[in-house]
Design a protein around this ligand. Sequence first.
Ligand code: CP
Length: 319
Amino acid sequence: MSAGATPARAARWGHPHVLDMDSFSLPDIEQVMETADAMKEVLGRPIKRVPTFRGKTVATLFYEPSTRTRASFEMAAKNLSADVVSMAAATSSAAKGESLVDTMRTLEAMGVDVIVMRHPQSGAPYLAARHTRCGIINGGDGWHAHPTQALLDLYSIRERLGRLAGLRAVIVGDILHSRVARSNLYGMAASGVEVTVCGPPTLLPPAFATAFPGVRLETDLDIALDGADVVMALRLQRERQEAGLLPSMEEYIARYQINLRRLSLAHPGALVMHPGPVNQGVELSPEVSYGAASLIKSQVANGVAVRMALLYLILGGEG
Ligand code: CP
C-alpha cells in the first residue's frame, strides 16, 4: 500500500459498524485479511505512518480495563494519521451518571468519526450504533462478542498456516462466559474451520450445539485435541471458582491446562493461541506459553494491522 493509496475493493465494504462476526460473510473476512496484509506492509516501513485519515478522529471509550485492544486501536488510528481521543469511563462523565446514549451524542457533536468501545453490558455497542452517526467498533461487550479479536485470530492463523478452510481448531476453557469464543465461532464457521469447544461441564453450555451447528462439544481435553491444527486457550477468571463453577484451580489445571504432553496429542506443528491476558501457569504451562508453538506474540502484533484495516474500511479509505 503506497502512502494514501486506496485498495480498489474498499468501495464495496458494507459495514458502517463492527458489532459482531455474525454479520461477516467469507468475502467480508477475506477483505479484512487482504487490507490487513497491506497494513502490515506499512508497519514494516521505517516510518509506520500514512496520511490517509488526516483530519479524521477516532475515540476509544472503555468502560472495562484493556491493554491490547485499546492500545492497538489507538496505535492503528495514529498510524493512519487520525486524531485519537482516549477515554476511560472511570474518568469520563459516565462516572457522574451520563448515559451511554448521551456520551455517544456528545462525541458525535464534537466531530468524532469512529468510536471504539468496550462495555460490560452485552449489546451496549448495538444501542450506541442506533443513536449516533459515528461508526461503532465493538471492543468487547459483556459475554457477547469481541469481533476484532476474532478477526486478528483468524488473520494470525492464516498468516502462519497459509489457509483457514479445512483446519481443525479446539477452543478450551470458560466457553460460557467468553466473548472471544462466541465471535471466533462465527468467524471460524464462515472461514471453513472445524471447531471443538472444550471445558468443564459447568462452563460448556449445551445450548452452543444449537446456536452453532457443526460445533462439537467435548469435556475431555485429550480427546478434543486429537488432530487439532489450532489450540486456543481462553482466559479463566478466578471469580468462576468463587461462583462454584470450578471445583478448584488445581483441578482445572490438571484437566484443562495446555502443556507439552497435551500439545503432543494435537497435529504436529499445531499452533497455540490465547487472546490475553494470560494467567501464567493456569491456561498454559510456561513451556507452551513461551514455546515455538505459541502464536501469542503474533496475535498481539497483528492486532495493530487488523485494526488499521477495520478503520480503513469503515472510514472509506479516501482520507
Ligand atoms: N484480548 C483482549 O481483549 O485483551 P485486552 O483486554 O488487553 O484488550
